[in-house]
Design a protein around this ligand. Structure first.
Ligand SMILES: *Cc1c(COP(=O)(O)O)cnc(C)c1O
Length: 463
């Protein structure tokens, strides 16, 4: 198995190079040159497997022999043993044809753990094999930072530096990062905005001398291995609801399009998925794209679902690659135009293919609070604001559709206690692991928004 870049100008690479590289050299994203196929008999045989055993079978074809199977199996088992629910991703019925799959039972209570708990292990394993070290650098507005830290903590050969905007992440989110007592974990609070943090990280990667001297690496959402790990829970949900003999739909609260793209990959592999309902908050570039065929950038506005406050969904490029019949050159030209003008128009033929599989759904903050309140009243279930948008999209779809729709719950409600209190009048109980961090010692370095100072700090801090 080899991987192609969506922009067609970088060499095809095997799994391990794709994992370590993240972004392709031509600025594109990697994806497999062909989709492994699930047969109906294979799917039937997987119905009773544990989550880890299912994960091993779903992901094995993507490795292309890069990692010995025994090592891979061990890493998968360890990754999902770190979850605090025996089913890993429990599935609950909310209403007729509306289901909720909880993806937040990992160490940081957000769905990113499902991929990052495995990717951190794979990354460390491949570094060790190559005898190298890496300095993971990332910027976070909240959830990604803590999931990356938990994935990399205490790993030999990795040092991790996470930049967050000082005073602009919630106390729980900050403490999830700063209370991690591991020698290789370094938090930096930047006096600036999230965009400043992201620009600093980009500038470090663009500084070739610095990047090469310290072997900078990233585990951000464009990394193919994260998509690969996320395919598994789509298979799990579909099997529980009758695949391969019955079809399902999915409603996915979406930001960077990584989560829902993994579902699309599962569909391409032969899983009977009828449709994807893509949830957005007021930052609705995707909902507008699905409605009009035009992708046009507007300024990002803060909302109650901050992990979906995005302007450009980077993983959408992987889907576009297929809509462009894998013509990387044509896609690269249109992406360059999009970068320049902020607008990309799909041809009628491409738009029709998008329409066949994806619907957009938009919900503002007031609507989100109303869904949280209504669901709590009718079922007792409390969901976070991101998940609420997924539930609303699933309900809408179930009204007219015939297949069950699974809404993916992407964060534990306690991570967004403020919004939940606005909706139902009280905050959800903090799980004991989160309660503990509220009193633990924090470690964090405050720095100005200044590239030289941040690079100097990283240089001095590395062992
Ligand atoms: C990251 C995140 C999302 C968005 O996921 P994408 O893969 O970027 O589309 C949604 N909800 C929560 C809670 C998240 O942390």
């Amino acid at each position: 198995m080899r991987y192609l870049s969506t922009r067609g100008a970088a060499p095809a690479l095997p799994f391990e190079d794709v994992l370590l590289a993240g972004l392709a050299a031509d600025g594109g994203l990697y994806l497999p040159e062909s989709w492994p196929q699930f047969s109906a008999a294979e799917l039937r045989g997987w119905a009773g497997l544990s989550y880890a055993d299912l994960a091993i079978r779903v992901m094995a074809p993507f490795l292309g022999g890069s990692i010995p199977m025994a090592d891979f199996e061990r890493m998968v088992r360890e990754a999902y043993a770190a979850f605090d629910h025996p089913a890993v991703v429990p599935l609950k019925q909310l209403e007729d044809r509306v289901w909720l799959m909880e993806l937040f039972h990992g160490p940081t209570f957000a769905f990113k753990d499902l991929a990052l708990q495995l990717v951190g292990r794979l990354y460390a394993h491949l570094l060790k094999k190559r005898g190298g070290r890496a300095t993971i650098v990332g910027a976070t507005s909240g959830d990604t930072g803590s999931a990356a830290i938990e994935a990399c903590r205490d790993r030999e050969a990795i040092e991790i530096f996470i930049l967050h905007p000082e005073g602009r992440v919630s106390e729980v989110q900050r403490r999830q990062m700063t209370t991690v007592a591991a020698k290789n974990v370094h938090n930096i609070a930047i006096r600036g905005s999230f965009d400043d943090c992201q620009d600093l990280v980009k500038a470090m990667f663009a500084d070739a001398k610095f990047r090469d001297a310290y072997s900078l690496g990233a585990v951000n959402s464009i990394n193919w291995a994260r998509i690969m790990a996320q395919i598994v829970y789509y298979v799990r949900a579909a099997l529980l609801l009758g695949a391969p003999d019955r079809a399902v739909g999915f409603a996915v609260p979406t930001g960077n399009f990584g989560n829902v793209y993994a579902g699309y990959a599962a569909k391409r592999m032969g899983l009977p998925i009828e449709r994807f309902h893509v949830g957005s908050n007021r930052n609705d570039i995707l909902a507008r794209l699905f409605r009009t065929g035009e992708m046009s950038v507007r300024p990002v506005e803060p909302s109650l679902s901050p992990s979906m406050d995005i302007q450009i969904s980077s993983n959408l490029e992987r889907l576009l690659f297929d809509l462009y019949d894998r013509d990387g050159k044509a896609l690269a030209a249109d992406m360059a135009g999009f970068r320049k003008t902020g607008t990309l128009n799909l041809t009628a033929a491409r738009r029709a293919r998008l329409d066949a599989l994806f619907s957009g759904f938009r919900l503002d903050d007031a609507g989100t609070l109303a869904v949280i309140a209504d669901l709590q009243k009718r079922t007792g279930e409390i969901v976070d604001p991101h998940s609420a948008i997924g539930v609303a999209a699933a309900r809408e779809a179930a009204k007219s559709g015939a297949v069950p729709v699974v809404a993916l719950a992407t964060a534990h409600p306690a991570k967004f206690g403020d919004a939940v209190r606005q909706a139902v009048g009280r905050e959800p109980a903090l799980p004991s692991r989160l309660a503990r961090i509220m009193t633990e010692t924090e470690r964090c370095k405050a720095l100005p928004n200044d590239l030289a100072k941040v690079e100097a700090y990283i240089r001095e801090t590395l062992p």
